[in-house]
Write a protein that binds this ligand. Structure first.
Ligand code: FRU
Length: 450
């Protein structure tokens, strides 16, 4: 019998999950909020925020839905946002979405996007809400699509990014500044020329290795053979120079797999930059069979982000190492083994190789191409093929296999593929050609309800 309840990934107890929200470490705990529809596994009711907390990224407690769409400013959903520690409370900045009934396109008419603030001492109890900005406050050349505030502090300044779509259908971020995090003035609009997609969602900003980086989710990029293969994209730019005047350079997708969107970062207490994404994709035509069982979607593992000469690298947070369960197993080229989920597989392939999981999912390297291919429709829920360019030298792989998802960290995390998969059994066959691997069984994380 299949068991698709994840052992290593946060997912809703019931209903629907999308973007991670309000990621932070505050008063000794990691807080992971997320877009949540407890009553609908298809995500069709108005969204609120669910909340998980953990002292160590391994033991998680779900505390409920602290942020409900319960004011007129968020009638159609308490959309994505962030959390900023401020004294003894966490400030939650987020978007209140309102859709008016009528013959609207919801781009130029019929929508309100309110930037809202609520405070919480613990991520569980939320105080009164305030509206900081309404649609009329954003630049006049923005459409009504403005959302997903990311707020941070630098010295005595507060900054906020908002993702937006211009009236000319160009993706952009709005940068605001503030002295108190309450009254905001526009500092600049960041929008490349020519336009890079029609809308940017879920902006994030972080500093790594002395440089600034901007993560965004552009919609409307042309699809290529190895680039931008998903319905929508998610990736990072380097922000060269000063925040208020610097320019964006390059764009690299965070993840080449089927299921990755809307990531946010947080800083761990030891200074590491961690990233968590939604292991899902809006408007994709593939399916998740758990929806018929009452829940859908999960978040990615927390990933450590490092800056290297070629850009950003990702790897599973080192906390995961503590889950190693018993002895590892050597899998030699040409061998097949059946391994219970979850597990981790490590290898270095000198040249071309094929790794086949559950008989129907193949990670193949041929020359400088790396391909993730489902040949079993049920295993992939309709997912088919994704490609990446991987260079020609030896290829390293760190695979984390959970009960219904796979994250392939290739070449020291410079190329990552994330995908949901739905094996018929809770143990999967592994067949490897062209390399030797080591497979480490893992203990599950602990998930409890408050
Ligand atoms: C991204 C997104 C955000 C929005 C949220 C609504 O997946 O569309 O832009 O705030 O989801 O759930």
């Amino acid at each position: 019998m299949a068991d698709w309840r994840q052992a290593l990934h946060l997912e809703p107890p019931q209903g629907w999950l999308n973007d991670p929200n309000g990621l932070c470490y505050f008063h000794g705990l990691y807080h992971v909020f997320f877009q949540y529809c407890p009553g609908s596994a298809e995500g069709t009711s108005a969204k609120g925020w669910g909340h998980w907390q953990s002292p160590d990224l391994l033991h998680w407690t779900f505390t409920g839905e602290p942020l409900l769409p319960d004011t007129p400013w968020e009638r159609s959903g308490a959309y994505s946002g962030c959390a900023v520690p401020c004294g003894d409370t966490l400030r939650l900045y987020y978007t209140g979405n309102v859709k008016h009934p009528g013959p609207h396109d919801y781009i130029h008419t019929g929508r309100e996007s309110n930037t809202l603030l609520a405070e919480t001492p613990d991520g569980i109890h939320v105080g009164p809400k305030r509206r900081l900005m309404a649609s009329a406050d954003y630049p006049a050349d923005c459409s009504l699509h403005v959302r997903d505030p990311k707020v941070w502090r630098e010295g005595d300044r507060w900054y906020m990014l908002l993702g937006a779509r211009s009236l000319a259908d160009a993706g952009r971020v709005l940068l605001y500044r503030s002295a108190d995090g309450l009254a905001w003035e526009l500092a600049r609009v960041l929008e490349p020329t020519p336009a890079f997609g029609y809308m940017w969602e879920c902006p994030d900003h972080f500093v790594l290795d002395g440089r600034r980086w901007l993560s965004v989710c552009p919609q409307g990029l042309p699809h290529g053979e190895t680039e931008n293969q998903n319905q929508y994209q998610s990736g990072w730019f380097a922000l060269e120079g000063d925040l208020e005047t610097g320019t964006l350079s390059g764009f690299t997708e965070w993840d080449k797999g089927f299921d990755f969107y809307a990531p946010q970062t947080l800083q761990a207490p030891d200074g590491r930059l961690l990233l968590i994404g939604w292991m899902g994709m809006p408007d994709a035509d593939y399916r998740n069979p758990t929806a018929a069982l009452g829940w859908q979607h999960c978040l990615t593992l927390p990933r450590e982000i490092e800056a290297g000469p070629g850009g950003l690298r990702q790897r599973p947070a080192r906390e995961l190492d503590a889950l190693a369960a018993g002895r590892s197993l050597a899998l030699a080229a040409g061998q097949t083994a059946t391994v219970p989920l979850p597990f981790r597989l490590g290898m270095t392939a000198p040249g071309d190789f094929t790794l086949t999981l559950a008989g129907g999912l193949h990670l193949e390297r041929s020359g400088d191409r790396l391909t993730l291919r489902f040949t079993d429709e049920a295993l992939g829920g309709g997912r088919t093929l994704r490609r990446a360019v991987c260079g020609s030298g030896p290829l390293t792989l760190d695979l984390v296999a959970d009960r219904a998802s796979l994250e392939f960290y290739c070449n020291d995390g410079t190329t990552v593929f994330s995908t949901r998969f739905y094996p018929a059994e809770p143990a999967v066959s592994l067949c490897l050609q062209g390399a030797d691997a080591v497979v480490q069984p893992l203990h599950p994380m602990t998930f409890s309800l408050a």
